[in-house]
Design a protein around this ligand. Sequence first.
Ligand code: UDP
Ligand code: GLC
Ligand code: MN
Length: 337
Amino acid sequence: MADEAFVTLATNDNYAKGAMVLGKSLANHNTTRKLVVLIGPQVSDPSRSVLKGIYDEVRVVDVLDSGDTAHLAMMKRPDLGITFTKLHCWTLTHYSKCVFMDADTLVLSNIDELFDREELSAAPDPGWPDCFNSGVFVFRPSMETYEKLLQYSTEHGSFDGGDQGVLNGFFSNWATADISKHLPFIYNLSSIAIYTYLPAFKQYGGNAKVVHFLGETKPWSYTFDPSSRQLRGGGGVQEAPHSSFLLEWWSLYSSTVVPMLHEHYGDQPFHSGCVEFQLSDMVTFDSAQEERLASHAAAAPPLSSEERKERWEQGQADYMGMDSFENIQRKLDAFLK
Ligand code: UDP
Ligand code: GLC
Ligand code: MN
């Protein structure tokens, strides 16, 4: 088991936030496997430090880019050529078996049973179910496979311009050869599928083990605004069927990742995506929390909304007091109800 790992990828600080939340979610659900993140040279030092606090191994890799603008344009995702970098995961040969997970996935329960599966196991893609989605897959690191994959992509390219096109071309008998390599959809529930088949989501969504925020708008693209009681920037997400998953992502992010970012960024500004949490929005506290808040309020003069907002945006939230995790959690719980 020590030679098995969950692996993700982040080539920039935004995807690194996703990787931080994913790593935390795996740890919170008590995985017994190692956690590895592949990063691009662009990821900043403070983000690397946070990743080091969450992952067993943070490995810098060269960024590979398909440069295939034509196919990427068809997907309306010009940014995804860089996902070729994912192929580096096959070079992690100090592990015998791994599970790759996109940085925009979130684990909702322990999924260590995935290591019982063989290469290449993955769930169907919601857009074309005879293809697998490459956001979650089981693989065996091997330099031989890595070289073959690179060779395949040089010779054949990728039909979508990203890694998923290459991988489906290379593991082309996935759809028909061995049903045990078809992971249940609950291991890669993409938010898109919730919209396309809502009754199925209502029937089975409660069993979801991994949610995948597939598509252009990622959880970190939103701004969480407690006063309007919604995530801003995604266009009416409050009514979105997957908003509870988004809030779960935000709950983990604000409670465990933001404090670490704050610690490592020090005085340097960073964008957390959180707007202040107003005291007037809070629901009732228990007596211990009341006490902590009271002593805190006595020590410092109250800040105006504007001042608190500025502090949040500079990464100087009042984590021990008004912006404490308990308060944030309470807000989120209130939303979820
Ligand atoms: N990725 C990255 N940097 C990028 C784009 C993608 O590190 O600029 C990685 C990241 O792990 C991400 C994965 O490649 O989750 C696949 O991209 P994305 O999740 O955006 O694709 P989607 O699932 O939306 O099709
Ligand atoms: C897909 C997958 C993603 C992959 C991208 C490019 O939509 O979800 O993991 O990187 O296609 O091939
Ligand atoms: Mn993804």
